[in-house]
Write a protein that binds this ligand. Structure first.
Ligand code: 8GP
Length: 819
C-alpha cells in the first residue's frame, strides 16, 4: 500500500491534485508554502491508513500503554522525519526534483513546532520516536500552545523575543478531534453530599470550566507500520456566550469561561531549569493532566470492568514535576467519579504513576503556594492534604520524634505544596537521567526519600534518536556509515561499534573529514545568509549550542575567547590553528544575566571579527534563533562540542550525545552524561577538564571558594575580567557588563558556578585541542571513534530500559496488509 503512494508518478499526481483542490493553483503559480502543504496532504493520506490500522490493533490487543505526560514536546519539523521513517525520503526527494523543486526548500517551509524549551522537551520528542519504532503503545500528552518557544532576533547584539505564531498557515500534521473532548473544572468550592445509600461524596460547585479539545499528531515508527499518537490539548470555552445565557442570568459566568479558555494555552513559559510560579502555569498543568487522565480511564473502561486492573494496562510517566497534579487528579476521579475507597484508589494510583527528575537546580523545584492551589483546585487540594496527612503519619511511625524529617519531607510545608515530594510519595518509580545525576539525587537532594524508599530509585541515562540526528540531519555521514556497516544502525545503534575497524584506516579518515568539511560548508553558507559573516571552513568549528544558563557556562567559553584574543594580540606568531567559535542559545525573557551574556558574545564577535591584525585566526559567531531545525545542521558541522557545565549541575545533557554521534570531539567537564561518554569513548578521544562533581559539592558545603584569589594571582585572568569594564567590548557604555563582572567577583555568591576556578584547566584543554587538530590523522581517528562509541546514547536503548524496569509494556506488531 505504502509503495503505491510513494510510487513517484502517483505521488506527483497526488501533489498536483492537492494544489488544485486546496488552492486552485498549479505548480507554476503555487508558492513553496502551498507546495509544502500539498506534499503534506499526500503524505498524510498514507499515514492515515497506518494510523488507523495501529489504533485498531491497539483496540483489539489491548497492550499496556504508557501515557507520557509532559508540558513540553520539542518536536522540530515533522515532514522530513516522517518521510525518513516511512522510508520514502529519497523517492519523494526525487519526485520533487522532477517537478523542479528542492526537497530542502520544501522542508524549510515547515515551522518548527517548538512546544518546548530545551532538553526536557526534546527528550520527550526523542522518546516518542523510539517508542513507536520499538513497537510500543504510547500516547504523548501535552499542550497545544498557540505560541511556542519565542523566535529570537539579535538586534544590535541584544536578544529580542518575537512571538512564534507556528499555526499561522495551519499545521498539516495535526488532526483536531472535538468529538473526544473533556471538561476541565477550575475554582468554586467543595460540598459534601450524602447519596441514597448514605455514602458521603464530594461535589465541586460554582466552578468555571473549559473544554479540552485533543489534536492528534502522528508519531511514525521507523519502517514498522506503527503510528503512535501525540495528543496536544487545546482549550475552548464551554459555552459560546450568547444573549441566551444573558437571559438566563449567567452571562458573567459565560464571559469568564470564555476568558479562561482563551488565555489558558496561549503561551509556553520560556524558562529552562527555572520556575516562574505563575498561577496560569498551574492552570495549564491541571488542564492537560486532567484531560489526559480522563481519557486514559475512559479508554480503559471501554474494555475492562475492574479498575483495580488499571496498573496492568496503564502507566503515567510524569516528565518532571510539571504534571504531578496527576497523582491527585487520578485519586479524585477514582474516589469521586468511580466511587472507590481511599485505599483502593491509592493502590491503583501508586502503581500507575512514575516520575522522572531532570534537574537539581534549586530554582527549578516546583512549589506552589497552598493559597493558589486551594482556590484553583479545591477538591484536588483536599486530596493532597489527605495524602500528606497519611504520609506524615508514616514518617512519624518510621522516625518517632524526629520533626526534622517531617520538615524536610512533608508534601505540604510552610504554606506550600512541594510537587517533587508528592511525585515521590505516590510514584512507584523515581528516576534520574544519567548515572551521576541519579547518584546525586540519592546521596544529596533526595537523600531522605532514598533512605525511606530505596527500591523506587533507578537511573535511566538519556538518549537521542539517531533517525533524526544522524539519518535526517547528516545524510552524508549516514550514507557513509551505511556503506561501512550496513543500515541496521537505524534501529540498533550499537552496530556503530563496527566502525572501530575504520578508525585507523587513512582512506576512511579522509572520507570522514571530507564529509565533515562538506557539512561545514553547508553551515558556513547558513551563517553567511543569516549573520552576514564569512567563516573559514578549514578552521576548527568549535560549538556551544544549548539554552543560555549560568550553570552551562557560556561565560567561561567567551571569557576564554577574550583571553585567546589577548594572547594573539600580544604574540601575533603564537601557534593557534584557525578556530571559529560558534554559539547559539536562547535566554529566558526575564533572565538578565543570561541576556547580558548573549550581548557580550555578540560584542566580542564584533571586535574580534573586525580586527584584521589577527588574520582571521579566530572568529566568533552567534547563530540567531537556535532551534531543532538548524541544530540538526549545526551538529553535523561541529569539530568540537563544548559541554562545559559546572560539574554536578547538568543532569544529563542530550546535545552532548548528538555531537558525539556526528563525530565531534567533546571538550567537557565530568558532568551529567559526559561521564558515561568518557567511559564509552576512552580518555584519548575526549578532552576533560575542571573540578569533579564531588569537589564542587564539597566547596559548596564548606562555602570556602573565593574567586578573588584567582583574579589576584593570575594576571591573564585579571586582564580579561578588567576588559569587561574598561570599554574594550563596550566602548560606548563601560558599565554594560558590570553585572557580569560583579557576578564573578563581588556578588554575594560570587562566581557561583566556579568559572574562575576552572578557567586554567579549561584553557589548557583548549590548547590540547589546538595541537591535536593539527595532527589530522589522530583527529580523524578520534572523531570516528566518537561515532563508533555513540551506540549507547540512542533513545532506543533508553526506552527499552524504561520498558524493562518501569513500564513493562507489550510489544505490538502491526500487520501492514490490513487497512
Ligand atoms: C534538562 C536538563 O538540564 C538536562 O541536563 C537533561 O539532559 C534534560 O533535562 C533531559 O533530561 N532539564 C530541563 O530541560 C528542565 O528542567 N526544564 C524544565 C524547566 C522546563
Amino acid at each position: 500500500m505504502r509503495d503505491n503512494v510513494f510510487n513517484k508518478k502517483v505521488f506527483i499526481k497526488s501533489v498536483k491534485e492537492n494544489l488544485m483542490t486546496q488552492y486552485r493553483k498549479d505548480l507554476s503559480t503555487a508558492s513553496n508554502q502551498e507546495i509544502f502543504q500539498a506534499v503534506c496532504i499526500s503524505v498524510k493520506d498514507v499515514i492515515m491508513d497506518e494510523w488507523l490500522a495501529t489504533q485498531q490493533t491497539f483496540a483489539r490487543e489491548q497492550p499496556k500503554t504508557v501515557y507520557y505526560l509532559s508540558m513540553e514536546f520539542l518536536m522540530g519539523r515533522a515532514l522530513g522525519n516522517i518521510l525518513l521513517n516511512l522510508s520514502a525520503y529519497d523517492e519523494v526527494a526525487e519526485a520533487l526534483q522532477e517537478l523542479g523543486l528542492d526537497i530542502n526548500a520544501i522542508e524549510d517551509e515547515e515551522p518548527d513546532p517548538a512546544l518546548g524549551n530545551g532538553g526536557l522537551g526534546r527528550l520527550a520528542a526523542c522518546f516518542l520516536d523510539s517508542l513507536a519504532t520499538l513497537g510500543y503503545a504510547a500516547c504523548g500528552c501535552g499542550i497545544r500552545y498557540r505560541y511556542g518557544m519565542f523566535k529570537q532576533q539579535i538586534i544590535d547584539g541584544f536578544q529580542i523575543e518575537v512571538p512564534d505564531n507556528w499555526l499561522e498557515h495551519g499545521y498539516p500534521f495535526e488532526l483536531r478531534r472535538p468529538e473526544y473532548r473533556y471538561e476541565v473544572k477550575f475554582g468554586g468550592h467543595v460540598e459534601q453530599e450524602v447519596d441514597e445509600n448514605g455514602k458521603l461524596s464530594f461535589v465541586q460547585k460554582d466552578y468555571r470550566s473549559v473544554w479540552a479539545i485533543p489534536h492528534d499528531m502522528p508519531i511514525v515508527g521507523y519502517k514498522n507500520n506503527l503510528i503512535d499518537t501525540l495528543i496536544i490539548w487545546d482549550a475552548e470555552a464551554k459555552e459560546v456566550f450568547s444573549l441566551d445565557s444573558f437571559d438566563k442570568g449567567d452571562y458573567q459566568k459565560a464571559v469568564e469561561e470564555e476568558m479562561l479558555a482563551r488565555n489558558l494555552v496561549d503561551v509556553l513559559y520560556p524558562n529552562d531549569n527555572h520556575v516562574a510560579g505563575k498561577e496560569l502555569r498551574l492552570k495549564q498543568q491541571y488542564f492537560f493532566v486532567s484531560a489526559s487522565i480522563q481519557r486514559a480511564i475512559e479508554r480503559f473502561k471501554q474494555k475492562n470492568d475492574n479498575l483495580m486492573d488499571m496498573p496492568k494496562k496503564i502507566v503515567f510517566q510524569m516528565n518532571d514535576t510539571h504534571p504531578t497534579v496527576a497523582v491527585a487528579e487520578l485519586m479524585r476521579i477514582l474516589l469521586d467519579d468511580e466511587h472507590l475507597e481511599w485505599d483502593e484508589a491509592w493502590e491503583i494510583t501508586t502503581h500507575c504513576v512514575a516520575y522522572t527528575n531532570h534537574t537539581i537546580m534549586a530554582e527549578a523545584l516546583e512549589k506552589w503556594p497552598i493559597e493558589i492551589f486551594e482556590r484553583l483546585l479545591p477538591r484536588v487540594y483536599q486530596i493532597i492534604d489527605e495524602i500528606n496527612r497519611r504520609f506524615v503519619l508514616e514518617v512519624q511511625a518510621r522516625y518517632p520524634g524526629n520533626d526534622e524529617k517531617i520538615r524536610k519531607m512533608a508534601i505540604l510545608y510552610d504554606g506550600q505544596v512541594r510537587m517533587a515530594h508528592l511525585a515521590i510519595v505516590a510514584g512507584y518509580s523515581i528516576n534520574g537521567v544519567a548515572k551521576l545525576h541519579t547518584e546525586i539525587l540519592k546521596k544529596q537532594e533526595l537523600r531522605d526519600f532514598y533512605e525511606m524508599f530505596p527500591d523506587k530509585f533507578n537511573n535511566k541515562t538519556n538518549g537521542i534518536t539517531q533517525r533524526r540526528f544522524l539519518g535526517h540531519g547528516n545524510r552524508l555521514l549516514a550514507k557513509w556509515v551505511t556503506d561501512k556497516v550496513g543500515d541496521k544502525w537505524y534501529t540498533d545503534l550499537s552496530v556503530l561499534k563496527e566502525l572501530t575497524d575504520y578508525a585507523d584506516n587513512p582512506k576512511a579518515q579522509e572520507e570522514f573529514m571530507e564529509i565533515k568539511h562538506k557539512n561545514k560548508v553547508r553551515l558556513a553558507k547558513y551563517i553567511k545568509e543569516h549573520n552576514g559573516i564569512d567563516v573559514d571552513t578549514n578552521s576548527i568549528f568549535d560549538v556551544q549550542v544549548k539554552r543560555l544558563h549560568e550553570y552551562k557556562r557560556q561565560l567561561l567559553n567567551i571569557l576564554h575567547v577574550m583571553y585567546l584574543y589577548n594572547v594573539i594580540k600580544e604574540n601575533p606568531d603564537v601557534d593557534i590553528y584557525p578556530r571559529t567559535f560558534i554559539f547559539g542559545a536562547k535566554a529566558a525573557a526575564g533572565y538578565e544575566t543570561a541576556k547580558k551574556t548573549i550581548k557580550l558574545i555578540n560584542n566580542v564577535a564584533e571586535v574580534i571579527n573586525n580586527d584584521s591584525s589577527i588574520n582571521g585566526k579566530i572568529k566568533v559567531v552567534f547563530i540567531e534563533d537556535y532551534k531543532v531545525s538548524n541544530a540538526e545542521m549545526i551538529f553535523a558541522a561541529a569539530d568540537v562540542s563544548e559541554q562545559i557545565s559546572t560539574a554536578s549541575k547538568e543532569a544529563s545533557g542530550t546535545g552532548n550525545m548528538k555531537f558525539m554521534l556526528n563525530g565531534a570531539i567533546t571538550l567537557g567537564t565530568l558532568d551529567g552524561a559526559n561521564v558515561e561518554m568518557y567511559d564509552e569513548v576512552g580518555a584519548d578521544n575526549i578532552f576533560i577538564f575542571g573540578m569533579s562533581a564531588d569537589e564542587v559539592i564539597e566547596h559548596e558545603k564548606r562555602h570556602d571558594y573565593n574567586p578573588i584569589d584567582y583574579y589576584n594571582n593570575d594576571p591573564q585572568i585579571k586582564k580579561v575580567l578588567n576588559q569587561l569594564i574598561d570599554g574594550t567590548y563596550s566602548a560606548n557604555d563601560r558599565e554594560l557588563f558590570r553585572t557580569l563582572y560583579n557576578a564573578l567577583l563581588h556578588d554575594k555568591e560570587a562566581d557561583k558556578y566556579f568559572i574562575l576556578a576552572d578557567f586554567r584547566s579549561y584553557a589548557k584543554a583548549q590548547q590540547k585541542v589546538n595541537r591535536y587538530y593539527q595532527d589530522k590523522n589522530s583527529w580523524a581517528k578520534s572523531a570516528i571513534l566518537n561515532v563508533a562509541n555513540a551506540g549507547k546514547f540512542s533513545s532506543d536503548r533508553t526506552i527499552q530500559e524504561y520498558v524493562d524496569d518501569i513500564w513493562h509494556l507489550d510489544k505490538v506488531k502491526i500487520d501492514n496488509t490490513g487497512a
